[in-house]
Unconditional design. Structure first.
Length: 288
């Protein structure tokens, strides 16, 4: 029996719970949210699908889950300029999650922004092995990057590393043919504002994140061993530590099997180091 715990059952958490159920990825859902009316409504709505799945709201069962999705806290809205601005608001929520998880020994997926800092905090505060703490964001950013490339008729597969935020790093070394610095900066500026276009139009991003998070859950459960961009707690990789940052990782049933260290060109390395310094600065202010 595969158990998925979803902490924070709002737009993204609720949609992931639904998709994981419909796709038959999990046998049991454990839902947790501090807002009781929403929690009860989401549980009932899922039961009304008629799917053969057990849905519980007993947070005491969280530590028995195979995968826990941390999606609780305040989301970004039009008045929040960057994801990093949510740190002070969401850190107490992350702290509460650590207490709820108890002796959790599954895979933790962090979604709540600022995701990289929260993933580092949850890892260090809970004592969960760093390879079982996966920060979500790189898959979504890479999908947006690929869309930007396709719109410009630039062939190749785009990857985004670094911070899930203003300091994201589109990697152009995987693109066929050179992309000039001016075009790189233009695409980077577009990527930084891509989520806000959705937020301004409908109040928050849902479909993109939920699809890629559900795909990440599938890859873990099926031991896919595919390489994807995720935020991982670093311990010397890329010359960095004391932070969690988006890097290429091989995903499997154990979580992050390996961290791949790709060669970065001068433009990419400069951006990546800046991302590392920025997230290290955020993590330095955490109560650890």
């Amino acid at each position: 029996m595969t158990r998925l715990c979803v902490m924070g059952v709002g737009k993204i958490g609720g949609e992931v719970a639904f998709l994981a159920s419909v796709l038959g990825l999990v046998d049991e859902l454990i839902l947790h949210d501090t807002y009781a009316p929403l929690l009860e409504a989401q549980q009932l709505d899922l039961l009304h699908t008629g799917l053969d799945i057990e849905v519980s709201s007993d947070s005491r069962s969280a530590e028995s889950a195979d995968i826990c999705l941390f999606a609780a806290g305040s989301p970004r809205n039009p008045s929040i300029k960057t994801r990093a601005d949510l740190l002070s608001a969401n850190l107490p929520v992350a702290d509460a999650a650590v207490r709820t998880l108890g002796r959790f020994d599954g895979i933790l997926i962090t979604v709540t922004n600022p995701m990289d800092a929260n993933n580092y905090y949850l890892c260090k505060k809970s004592g969960i092995d760093r390879h079982r703490c996966i920060g979500f964001g790189g898959q979504l950013d890479s999908a947006r990057f690929n869309l930007a490339l396709a719109e410009r008729c630039i062939p190749g597969e785009g990857w985004v590393l670094g911070e899930h935020g203003e300091h994201q790093v589109p990697v152009f070394g995987t693109i066929n043919g050179g992309v000039l610095p001016d075009m790189r900066e233009e695409i980077l500026t577009e990527l930084r504002g891509s989520s806000m276009e959705v937020i301004n139009g409908k109040g928050g991003t849902v479909f993109g994140p939920a699809y890629h998070i559900t795909n990440l859950i599938r890859q873990i459960l099926q031991d896919s061993r595919q390489t994807i961009p995720c935020s991982s707690v670093l311990d010397g990789e890329y010359g960095l530590d004391r932070c969690s940052l988006g890097v290429p990782v091989q995903i499997g049933k154990e979580g992050i099997r390996t961290i791949e260290e790709w060669p970065l060109d001068g433009w990419e390395r400069q951006k990546f180091d800046a991302a590392g310094a920025f997230v290290q600065g955020l993590c330095k202010n955490l109560d650890l």
